[in-house]
Design a protein around this ligand. Structure first.
Ligand code: ADP
Length: 158
């Protein structure tokens, strides 16, 4: 039987407790989830690509269903290359919805065979974003409730 595979693309600068929840809750739906960390030269990130990947690998260490890779180019092309029929995304707010709708509909136009699947943020994760974490981190705040349990502030250091 063909495997039901999903790709979860994002910048993950850094990966948050909200991202972790999306992956965990989507796991029962798929045989494999590939977390695809965008390597976008036109976007400046706080963390290097290798650091962003390293942190996500800590979170899913020991889970054979989750793979972490970097990617460039169109998400639908990368999904097709890895035999993923599903793109996984998270939704926090109506602003997310409008943003995701445009991307999802564009991706549908680019590849009819790939479906985007959305997981709603848990209420306690709705306010969490990578940019909030970057702000708190730069100003030495407590990141305990914002980062996945397995990642500490020290892990973010280069
Ligand atoms: P991108 O740069 O592609 O927006 P992000 O790393 O910011 O990548 O987010 C990846 C996906 O995770 C997006 O679909 C985003 O809406 C979703 N997401 C971000 N934060 C949360 C959260 N706290 N809860 C649920 N989903 C989230």
């Amino acid at each position: 039987m063909t495997k039901r595979k999903a790709i979860f693309p994002g910048s993950f600068d850094p990966f948050t407790a909200g991202h972790e929840s999306v992956v965990e809750r989507a796991l029962p739906l798929f045989d494999n989830i590939i977390i695809a960390v965008g390597d976008n030269i036109s976007k400046t990130t706080m963390l290097s690509l290798s650091k962003r990947i390293e942190l996500i690998k800590i979170v899913f260490k020991g889970d054979p269903k989750v793979e972490v890779v970097s990617y460039t180019g169109l998400t639908v092309d990368f999904a097709k290359m890895h035999n993923c029929k599903f793109i996984l995304r998270g939704l926090r707010t109506s602003a997310d919805f409008e943003f995701e709708r445009a991307i999802g509909q564009t991706n549908k136009l680019l590849n009819e065979e790939i479906e985007t699947v959305f997981i709603l943020a848990r209420p306690e994760h709705t306010f969490i974003s990578s940019s909030i974490i970057r702000d708190v981190y730069k100003n030495n705040g407590d990141l305990t409730h914002l980062l996945p349990n397995r990642i500490t502030k020290a892990d973010l250091e280069i």
